[in-house]
Write a protein of this length. Structure first.
Length: 73
């Protein structure tokens, strides 16, 4: 489903590590990773920031992991 397990393993992080970063429990993060729970937009954005990839890449909508450049404020 999502690419979050591969990204987590590629970065040598535990589910607990990632759960802390995105503000959830390890149990809930495990459910997200296994497709048994949905991930909210805020947590999805936090994952993209953590791994420095685009949200589209995490969702499998793009094969290009590079994040889009933020619009200047």
């Amino acid at each position: 489903m999502y690419r979050i397990r591969d990204l987590r393993e590629d970065h040598d992080l535990s589910q607990s590590d990632v759960a802390k970063v995105i503000g959830t429990t390890q149990q809930h993060y495990s459910k997200i990773e296994n497709g048994k729970a949905d991930i909210g937009a805020e947590k999805l954005i936090r994952l993209a920031e953590l791994y420095k990839v685009s949200v589209d890449y995490i969702l499998g909508l793009s094969s290009d992991p590079r994040p889009l450049k933020s619009a200047q404020k």
